[in-house]
Design a protein around this ligand. Structure first.
Ligand code: NAG
Ligand code: NAG
Length: 389
């Protein structure tokens, strides 16, 4: 019986111990579960954050990609432009002076050569002993930008008055006269100028000022040359230029039907007619009476010409492309036959803006007064003697 009691007691004790153990384990498990659930929660939160982060990154990468794409497109277009400029430069560089003067149609050439010979037969009697020809452009100076894209500015080519004349536009009637180049440069626009109103509007940008007279072509049906006395404001003389079916002299400056120019030798008219439609013609004028003294057909084509200037009886025709690139002298014609295209240097103009609507040589200073897209530019020339190759 005692033994039984002990057994029961032992069993009870064992039960109690077991219970305590179970309780303990239960508590531990609960604690572990709690911690697991906390981890779980944290992991979930991290995962969400990670996802959000990833989404942000994807979005940013997408914008970056887009930016990169635009950059690439931009670069591509810049590349294309550089290519085009390079191609143009190459093309220009390979064009030598002689090429554009070559005619495609042989028969036409023969015919024209005879005509030219007939017309040019009379030897030109030089008025002076000047033998200068251009060798290069030494420097350029941009003085100002006044007026519209097309126009003409010049000093009085035949006198040392120093006065500067601005013919803005291609069909106006008011000249701006400045006392000097300095006045022109420092003037606010045209505020320092005296205005000279001509009796009729001019046409194109081929005028000249020579010995206190403005020579210009009158706007109208017939080609009338006007000689206007700038001293006392009167028309000194006028004459109809005797060509039928005139066409614009330069294909890139179509407003100009006659380009008047004055050099050491006096007054010249550069023009073109239907008869010699593809080439430029030249006439020597008497500056006093507006008589025509002699005429020539030059081998210089009108196509892609933008302007021309005359030095010592040699015409230098300046060419460009419709999409303006660098202008260059690419055809020359000398009335005294001392300069041919072969010995004329291929002269490139420095950087430019649009297209030269006029180039006026001043023999007293050996400068060219140029109008390029509204900019008034001076080009300083380096000269050499004709026959000195
Ligand atoms: C020059 O001519 C252009 C038109 O070709 C005109 O718009 C401009 O006002 C003129 N400027 C001056 C100063 O006369
Ligand atoms: C203007 O001057 C010229 C010569 O200098 C003269 O022949 C002409 O008669 C003058 N005209 C007027 C309107 O004064």
């Amino acid at each position: 019986m005692r033994a039984f009691l002990i057994l029961v007691t032992l069993t009870c004790l064992a039960d109690a111990q077991h219970q305590a153990l179970m309780d303990y384990l239960e508590r531990r498990l609960l604690a572990i579960e709690d911690r697991i659930s906390v981890w779980h929660e944290q992991t979930n939160r991290y995962a969400t954050e990670l996802r959000e982060f990833k989404q942000q990154m994807v979005a940013q990468i997408e914008t970056l990609d887009k930016d990169k794409e635009t950059l690439r497109t931009d670069l591509d277009s810049v590349g294309t432009r550089v290519d085009r400029v390079e191609r143009e430069m190459d093309y220009l560089e390979t064009q030598n002076g002689a090429q554009p003067c070559v005619d495609v149609d042989d028969k036409l050439v023969e015919q024209q050569v005879t005509v030219v010979k007939e017309k040019n037969k009379a030897k030109y009697a030089k008025a002076t002993d000047c033998r200068d020809m251009i060798s290069s452009i030494k420097a350029m100076k941009i003085l100002k930008r006044v007026g519209g894209p097309k126009g003409m500015w010049t000093k009085d080519v035949g006198s040392s008055s120093g006065k500067v004349y601005v013919f803005n536009g291609t069909d106006e009637d008011t000249i701006y006269e400045f006392g000097s180049v300095r006045d022109f440069t420092i003037s606010q626009g045209t505020s320092m100028a005296k205005t000279v109103k001509l009796p009729s509007p001019w046409r194109g940008s081929g005028h000249t000022v020579y010995n206190n007279h403005a020579y210009y072509v009158k706007e109208g049906k017939e080609l009338r040359l006007m000689k206007y006395n700038l001293r006392n404001g009167s028309v000194a003389d006028s004459a109809v230029f005797p060509v039928q079916d005139h066409v614009p002299v330069y294909s890139l400056t179509p407003e100009t039907v006659i380009d008047l120019a004055a050099d050491e030798e006096g007054l010249w008219a550069i023009y073109a007619t239907k008869e010699t439609e593809r080439h430029i013609s030249l006439a020597k004028m008497d500056a006093n009476t507006l008589d025509i003294e002699q005429m020539w057909d030059t081998p210089c084509p009108r196509e892609n010409a933008e302007a021309a200037f005359i030095i010592c009886g040699t015409v230098y025709v300046v060419y460009n492309t419709a999409l303006p690139s660098r202008s260059r002298v690419q055809c020359v014609f000398d009335v005294s036959d001392m300069v041919t295209n072969d010995d004329a240097p291929l002269v490139y103009f420095p950087k430019r803006y649009g297209s030269h609507s006029s180039l006026k040589y001043n023999p007293l200073e050996q400068l060219i007064y140029a109008w390029d897209d509204g900019y008034q530019i001076l080009y300083k020339l380096a000269m050499k003697k004709k026959l000195e190759v």
